[in-house]
Structure formats: C-alpha cells, structure tokens
Design a protein around this ligand. Structure first.
Ligand code: NA7
Length: 561
C-alpha cells in the first residue's frame, strides 16, 4: 500500500521561492541534513544548483517528525555538521541528546548562516525524474506538474522519509484525530486527559509513549513485536561541559572517524564468551548506566555476531525489564522472543518500562488479540472494542529504497528504477546506480550508515569531488561500469555475512509488512564498517575515478552496448 497523504503541516510560512526551470548544473532533491550540505558544497564549486523540497522549510527528518518526545539517540555534539569551525563555535546544544525542536532550530540556523534558502524551492514534491539520453539531462516533475532540468541529479531523500500506515480495514472510518508520527501537526496536539491509542513499539513509539503517558487520560499500546531498549541517560549540558565540547570538536570527530558506525562508541575488543561471568556482568551494568549507544555498538565484540554471546546479552536486558516492570506478565510481553538484543536498531529510552507500571497505561499484545479493524470510535481487536479520542500510528517507514520507489525515476530507454530495484538494489558504492547516468545518491542503499550526519558529510564530500572532477574536465556524463557494480554488490553482500541483524526483519533489512513486495529481506547498507567504506571510496577518488565511465569512453562505445 502506498501511504496516503495525511499532510497536516500548513503550507504558508516559507518565503516565495524561485521558480525557474533551469537548466541547472545540479538539481538536489531534499533539504534535510544531506541536501543542505550538498547545496553548500556545490555552491562552492560555482555551479548553479536548485534544491526541491516537499516541506515548507528546511530540516527533512527533523522537519517532519515533530511527535512528542522526538529526540536524538546520538550525542548532540557528535551529530552536527563538522565542516565549519565557525558554526561549531557559534552553536550550543542544550542537551547531550537534543530534542527535535532544537535540532530543527539548528538546521534553520545553518540555513540562515550560509544563506541556503535562496536556492531551495519549498512546497515542491518531486514525483518524477526522467533522463534524456541524447542530451545527458534529467528532467524532474513536481506534484504541481512544473518541471525543471539539470545535468546532474542528486537525491538526498533520507532513508526514513517514506512513512507507512498499517494496512487495517476501516482506517478512514475513525472519527477522532489520527496521526502518523512523521506527520505530527506543527501546532501540536492537545493530549491532556484524552483517551489515546498507539500502534507500534519501535524507536519512535517508545519516545512517544514515555513522553505522553503522564499527560493523557489513558494510553493503550498495541504491540506486535516488542523491541529491546536501553536507557538514554540524557541530561542538560553544563557550561563547563559546553566549554570542553567546544574545545574538543576535532577530537570528537576524529573519534567518530575511527569507529565502524561513526558514533563515539567503539566496539570492545573482548568477547562476552571469553571473559568471566563477573566481568561480563560488570561491563553490561556499566554500559546500561552510561548514556547513548554504548550498550549497542560499544559492546563486546561477539554480541552482534555470535548467537550464544547475543543470548547472554539478551538475558541481561530481559532481567532489566523484569526489574523495572512490576507486573511479571506485562514484563514478559515486553521481552522480545523472536530476535536478540541489538539485532534491530536499538531504541534508547527514558523511563519507558516504568510507564507500564502506571494505572492509565495498558499494553495489548496484538499477537494474542489481533486488530480486526479501525472503527469510528477507535479500534476493534478479536477480544474487545476500544474507544479513543486520538489514534497514533507509530508504524514506521519503508526504509532506504521506499523514498526512491515513490518517485517515477526513469533512466535511458525508459527503464524504471522501481522495477530495477524490486529485489536487491544495484549500486556502485551506494552513490551511483547501475544504468542511471548522472544520478548521484546521498545515503542511498549500500552506503555505510550509523551516525548519519557523519556518513552524510563523507558521502557529500565524495560526490562533490566527483562533480568537481567532471566540471574541471568538461565531462557531461558519468555512469557506473557493470563489472564494478557487480564487485561492489558482492562486497556489500559479503560484508553482511555473519551479522545477526541480517537474519531479522526490520526496516534495516528492507522489510515492511505494510508495503507490497517488501516482505523479503534485502541488504540495504554497507556493513563492512565506516572506516573500510572510507578507504574504498577514497581509493576510487584518489585513483581518478577509473571505476566510472565518462563521456569520451561512453561515446566510443558501440550503440546498444
Ligand atoms: P520501526 O522501528 O519500523 O517501528 C514501527 C513499529 O510499528 C513496529 O513496532 C512495528 O511492528 C509496528 N507496526 C507496523 N505496522 C504495524 C501493523 N500493521 N500493526 C501493528 N504494528 C505495526 O519505526 P520507528 O518509526 O519506530 O523507527 C524508525 C527509525 O527511526 C528508527 O530505527 C530510528 O533510526 C529512528 P513490527 O516490529 O513490524 O512487528
């Protein structure tokens, strides 16, 4: 099912935008963390660039996801852009894990500081992008029917921008207010004293649930799959810490460069199965008491690759849930049985489990009593009718390829990317697509992904280097080479071998049961580590892009090859 539009963000607050149709040197789709930086870098080359953005302002993920409790799970001071020392010194994160309004404020600050808005056209959802093979140009079409043309097209769509609603009969019948978390109204929703139902228990739902539980009249959580979660331990940044952070940005970013996920947390070289039970327990207690993703990506080296080590970590996390949730039956429902600790993206929480000790909160396991339909009053399970004032869909996203599937992208001869990507995507370094010239992706499938802005900066820098190379050499067309794509896809598939997460359904493995054709696991990232990814991409650039094909060579190719 395509997620129907439940656009609730008002469309009136942006300044009138430029409306020319080009031709531009580059069109960028998306004005989130990636699109903003890509615009900044391309402008430095003196190119004409136009960014098309569906929202009414900058921010991408942080523009759309305004739900209560939305915040970073990565350390704020490791998340911002690193490219401008001035920006780093000017901006102050209020908390170690910033809330969405602060992040959106930050991205607006960046857009203002670098005067980025003048090249961004808002309220402009791109619905199609077609390549003109003779002219080496992309034509994009907006929802309004307007078109624009550019030589190069950069997609900065965000891996989690295609939100999905659950496929449940009667979804349009509900007479109360209903929202997907990624379309939370800008003006907010009054929840005080209301009867609220929420579907989903992923990272988003966990943030919502722990935030609204005390305020609402009643909260009913409909859970299909429990997720492992661990404490975030957020707090405000003290003035002294602020000074220290400002003075140590180079070291912070250098540390991020050295880890395989670009977070500040580094995998511990010890193995859970090789240390004593006491040492293991002490380390896990320490990690559980520390802020951030340490317990996930800074854990023992074997926890995410060895089932026996993972089972021990899962036992530890399950014990914590049992300690924190008073009712043993509820605790048991909250303990995942079908996947091990950390094999899905680990949600970080602040008092999530204690929420279930409240009298106004109820957990409904929809495996026991499935949802049958949405009703005008609320929702019906096989056991019971529920009445709600507000229904929250925290039902996630069609990850990574979903945003591409929602644009009619056509390459030479009219071939459709959606068809080509029915199964495993074919990319070179996750940045270029086999058979689609002059299309460059930021955070498409098969790039390293972890602390996202760190990945974005590196990818954008690499793409900018490629664009500069073409510009310098008067090259108008770039394509992948089939054999290089084969090699890269092979490396991507090899890198995931042995990683436990690849055996589990989640958006990270490309599964979304609400989307037709997305029930089968795919490899959607490069999991060989950010350091290896940087080496691999760096070598291609340093070698003068020999793995890619440019104009002269393409012109020399016999027709149809
Ligand atoms: P997730 O992690 O994909 O979670 C979506 C949740 O919604 C998950 O619990 C799903 O259960 C549940 N869901 C989806 N469809 C249904 C239906 N039809 N019925 C019941 N429950 C359903 O998305 P989030 O937004 O929480 O997080 C996405 C990322 O954002 C996260 O990884 C961070 O990187 C930030 P399921 O597990 O499929 O059984």
């Amino acid at each position: 099912m395509e997620a129907p539009s439940t656009e609730t963000i008002p469309r009136a607050d942006a300044a009138p935008s430029p409306s020319e149709s080009g031709p531009f040197d580059v069109i960028v789709i998306g004005a989130g963390v990636a699109g903003l930086y890509q615009l900044y870098r391309l402008r430095e080359l003196g190119l004409s660039v136009r960014v098309f953005e569906a929202g009414s302002d900058v921010g991408g993920t942080w523009y759309w996801n305004r739900y209560p409790g939305a915040r970073f799970d990565s350390e704020s001071w490791s998340y911002g852009y690193s490219f401008s020392e001035e920006l780093l010194q000017e901006w102050e994160w209020p908390e170690h894990f910033a809330a969405q309004p602060d992040t959106l404020r930050y991205l607006n600050f960046v857009a203002d500081k670098f005067d980025l808005r003048r090249d961004i056209r808002f309220h402009s959802r791109v619905v199609a992008a077609h390549f003109d093979d003779a002219a080496d140009r992309w034509t994009i079409t907006l929802e309004s029917g307007e078109q624009a043309v550019a030589r190069l097209l950069v997609t900065a769509l965000g891996p989690l921008s295609a939100y999905t609603l659950p496929v449940i009969p009667g979804r349009d019948d509900f007479r109360g207010q209903a929202f997907h978390t990624a379309r939370w109204p800008r003006e907010g929703v009054s929840l005080a004293g209301k009867r609220v139902g929420i579907i989903g228990t992923g990272a988003t739902a966990i943030q919502v649930i722990q935030t609204i539980a005390a305020e609402v009249g009643s909260l009913t959580v409909f859970q299909r799959t429990p997720n492992w979660a661990a404490p975030l331990h957020n707090r405000r940044i003290t003035p002294e810490e602020q000074r220290r952070i400002r003075a140590s940005y180079p070291e912070i970013f250098e540390r991020c460069r050295q880890t395989s996920t670009c977070f500040i947390h580094q995998t511990d070289p010890r193995k859970a199965l090789e240390v004593s039970a006491e040492e293991r327990e002490a380390f896990w207690e320490k990690l559980y008491a520390e802020p951030g993703f340490g317990i996930w990506v800074g854990n023992f080296a074997d926890v995410l690759v060895d089932k026996r080590a993972n089972a021990l970590a899962s036992e530890f996390a399950a014990r914590k849930i049992r300690q924190r949730v008073r009712d043993p039956a509820v605790a048991d429902k909250l303990i995942p049985k079908d996947h091990g600790f950390g094999t899905r993206r680990l949600p970080l929480e602040s008092g999530y489990y204690e929420v279930y000790n409240r009298d106004n909160v109820r957990l409904v396991d929809i495996n026991e009593t499935p949802i049958e339909r949405i009703t005008p009053e609320g929702l019906r399970t096989s056991a019971e009718d529920f009445a709600f004032d507000v229904l929250i869909y925290a039902t996630g996203f069609d990850g990574v390829t979903g945003p591409y599937d929602r644009i009619d992208i056509r390459g030479p001869g009219g071939r459709r990317l959606k068809d080509d990507w029915k199964g495993m995507p074919r990319t070179f370094l996750g940045m270029l697509i086999d058979g689609y010239p002059n299309l460059l992706m930021v955070l498409g499938p098969h790039t390293a992904r972890g602390n996202i802005p760190r990945n974005i900066e590196e990818i954008v820098d690499w793409l900018t280097g490629l664009v500069a190379h073409m510009h310098r050499n008067g090259l108008g067309r770039v394509e992948t080479r089939r054999e290089e794509v084969d090699r890269w896809v092979g490396e991507v598939e090899q890198a995931v071998e042995g990683l436990l997460f690849s055996e589990v359904n989640s958006w990270q493995t490309g599964v979304n049961r609400n989307v037709e054709g997305r029930q089968v696991r795919r490899v959607l990232g490069y999991y060989g580590g950010a350091v290896e990814y940087r080496q691999r991409t760096g070598a291609v650039a340093a070698g003068g892009y020999r793995e890619l094909a440019f104009d002269a060579e393409l012109a020399a190719k016999p027709q149809g090859s």
